[in-house]
Design a protein around this ligand. Sequence first.
Ligand SMILES: *Cc1c(COP(=O)(O)O)cnc(C)c1O
Length: 370
Amino acid sequence: MTRSDLPRAAALPHLRQARARKGDPVALPLTMASMFHLPGDPAGFDQYGRFDNPTWEAAEEALGLLEDAETLAFPSGMAAISAVLFSVVRTGDRILLPSDGYYTTRVLAERFLKPLGVTADLRPTADFLRGGFEGYRLVFVETPSNPGLDVCDIGAVAEAAHGVGALVVADNTTMTPFGQRPLDLGADIVVAADTKAPNGHSDALFGHVASRNPDLIAAARDWRKLAGGIPGPFEAWLVHRGLETLELRFDRMCGSADTIAPRLRDHPAVRSVRFPGLAGDPAHDLARAQMDRFGFLIGLTLASEAKAEAFIDACPLIQPATSFGGVHTSAERRARWGDAVDPGFVRLSVGCEPTEVLWDALEAALDRIV
Ligand SMILES: *Cc1c(COP(=O)(O)O)cnc(C)c1O
């Protein structure tokens, strides 16, 4: 991580201390509540479980520290994305989505925004600036994109989009606030799936919306309260706990990916590797300029579907699973979900195992499929 992040990483585990009263638990209490004791004027107090919950608020405060922006918690990454789209976009609007990003975002727009009279256009992440943003109400970037790991220039997109009155939303799931800071680069809103590395333990879904624009936050907050897509207190508690080790886990995961990606590229069983940290990767120069780390996701293409499945099966340190960002390394062939990728393309999510032990296991599995 860079020096500019150090104060946030150091402040995070001490956030609750400032307001603690003598005798309070040091750890965050889990508040399971639909009702709150509320005689008389309710203003200024927790009122009802769909409006407020002290455990979400603690998770929001921690995420807000990392984002350096007001932050709202949601029950999943898609709930966060939906809250932004449905609270901002109106009938007649055009929006622009990445053609190669998380596919559910595109399906959501096609299935539920289109019938409301919203047009969603698609553009590849690597070419996102081409064609400009004239006529768009909202421009949605996902960089590096999942699963292809292409990158677009968030600052340049924000400048061009703001010049024609469009809002910029950045899905920062693949990087977390320790790897990339879209709001500092000019994005208006960050959305993210904390289901992935921020929770990190593969046991909860969660998401957040962060923005420095109070009107956008107020609209998303109203959406959450009225539509009712609220996070569960226990999930918020788990994510709050996960966040306390995010910087440590992310540092190990990214460091291991930096070490492992060039070795994968040089292995005879591997046809090609996509990793923004590799010199020569199409995303490398931009990644160096706008990302604090290169992330922990590596895309590798093996010779065939069968070889890719055999590699995943042969490695005892790979959890065969969809999703990413857990403490354990995981991988899957993305073509099994219909992503427009080579049948032998594997998305590898590097976990927290000791780096050289992990490499030895990956290398041994690759040696078996040469
Ligand atoms: C996983 C993911 C999401 C959705 O998150 P959920 O918590 O599964 O709803 C959104 N965007 C990206 C880039 C993701 O990887």
